[in-house]
Design a protein around this ligand. Structure first.
Ligand code: KE4
Length: 425
């Protein structure tokens, strides 16, 4: 028995499913999850001594690769001063200035400890500011494990076939309306019927928790228009896309300005951080200034803030987006070429350093098409790739990530292995 197997058996006695987050359990791809001993640059080293080229990047935060020296030093420097103060600290001010400067729509920001906290707080703020009860989300989008948003959710909820989680009272789910992404007619119909009760829309501007879907026919512009028309709050959940597809996220790439933005992942530099922000008039509704309560013992933690500052400064100084886009396009082109030669129906949606695999004849532009795509084929791809040293997300309903630490050699080797894996399907 290998070390991962032994650890997994022990973990499974103590932790439900042996994991602290369901998608890590490999349930949808089969087999026992490997345990990671260490991570550096583009590589994970397992407890069994295997080195893997990593395209999960700890689900997005590691845009600079694992444990880059600059972030390591920033955390070490902060650690010398203590681990948590429970008071305001200078790091919070510096990272707030960075985030407000980098994200077009932000005038103010509040830090918390996860993407879930960020989205949960953003929808509470939308409801508090408008006095309205309803929130609109889109099928397949995942916004963390917020009670009222675990309705037709993506990511692990979808992976495990529970897009509507147990434990959510009907009264909560009843306050959530679920539409299809890229369906402007359905959007306008709902707002015509209930627009005066809708507090806001929360959307992954590029849904990336059901594979990767991109907006069509100015869908994001339509969301903006309808929210403005009905006085609803437009919330971009950029926990994944923020600082990933551009320094200013999708709102920089698209020019569409949300009222609130939920952030996470990259802004923690690998440590637990979430944040939400937007227009000053909205953010001033938050305690201790306004009536909408939100709080957190470790919010603004100095170690996490120091790591985030280093990660964001590196993005501003290095401006890696062109190189990340080029690596993403190189992978996409090679995969599509292999599939075409083999006559294998394959779509590889890609934007910047994000890409995904859909085994489908046509481009996948909405959730029903995601569900109709070949999840079984993805399992074969995943397993073949992992056996040869490439780690893809262990679910067909996730997105792959490339980091600045991925060298050309990594990409070439990954193309060789992924192409061979596709040929085996
Ligand atoms: P966290 O609470 O996991 O920090 O963030 C929740 C969240 C919110 N919004 C978006 C768009 C997200 O992608 C996420 C979390 N993403 C998943 C991966 N698809 C986290 C991985 C996991 O659940 O283990």
């Amino acid at each position: 028995m290998d070390v991962s197997q032994a650890l997994f058996e022990r973990a499974s006695q103590l932790i439900p499913g042996g994991v602290n987050s369901p998608v890590r359990a490999f349930r949808s791809v089969g087999g026992t999850p490997f345990f990671t001993q260490s991570a550096k640059g583009s590589r994970l080293t397992t407890v069994d001594g295997r080195e893997l080229i990593d395209f999960v990047c700890t689900w997005g935060p590691a845009i600079h690769g694992h444990n880059p020296p600059r972030i390591h030093e920033a955390i070490a420097g902060a650690l010398d001063k203590g681990t948590s103060f429970g008071t305001p600290n200078p790091y919070e001010v510096e990272i707030a200035e960075l985030v407000v400067d980098m994200v077009p729509s932000l005038e103010q920001v509040r830090f918390c400890n996860s993407g879930t906290e960020a989205t949960m707080s953003a929808i509470r703020l939308a409801r508090g500011a408008t006095g309205r009860p309803l929130i609109v989300k889109f099928a397949g989008c995942y916004h963390g494990h917020v009670d009222s948003l675990l309705v037709k959710a993506g990511s692990g909820a979808l992976t495990h076939g529970h897009p509507d989680s147990a434990g959510i009272p009907a009264a909560f789910a009843d306050q959530t309306r679920v539409l299809e992404y890229n369906d402007p007619a359905g959007l306008r119909e709902l707002f015509a019927a209930e627009g005066d009760r809708i507090a806001g829309i929360i959307v992954e501007p590029y849904p990336a928790n059901c594979g990767l879907i991109l907006p069509e026919n100015n869908f994001l512009e339509t969301l903006r228009e309808v929210c403005t028309e009905y006085g609803a709050v437009l919330i971009f959940d950029e926990v994944m896309t923020g600082f990933r597809v551009a320094a200013g996220g999708v709102q920089e790439r698209s020019g569409v300005t949300p009222d609130l933005t939920a952030m996470g992942k990259i802004i923690g530099g690998g440590l637990p951080v979430g944040a939400f922000g937007g227009k000053r008039e909205l953010m001033q509704q938050l305690a201790p200034v306004g009536p909408v309560y939100q709080a957190g013992t470790l919010s603004g933690n100095p170690l996490a803030m120091a790591a985030g500052i280093a990660a964001l400064k590196m993005l501003r100084e290095l401006n890696p987006y062109e190189r990340l886009e080029a690596m993403g396009q190189k992978l996409q082109t090679a995969m599509l070429e292999t599939a075409r030669e083999k006559g294998l129906p394959l779509q590889v949606p890609q934007v910047g350093s994000m890409f995904a695999f859909f085994f489908a004849e046509e481009p996948v532009t909405n959730f029903p098409a995601v569900m109709a795509s070949g999840a079984e084929k993805f399992k074969v791809l995943f397993r073949k790739a992992l056996d040869q040293g490439v780690y893809l997300p262990p679910s067909p309903y996730e997105t792959c990530f490339i980091s600045t630490a991925h060298e050309d050699g990594d990409i070439d080797k990954a193309i060789e292995i992924l192409s061979a894996s596709l040929k085996a399907i």
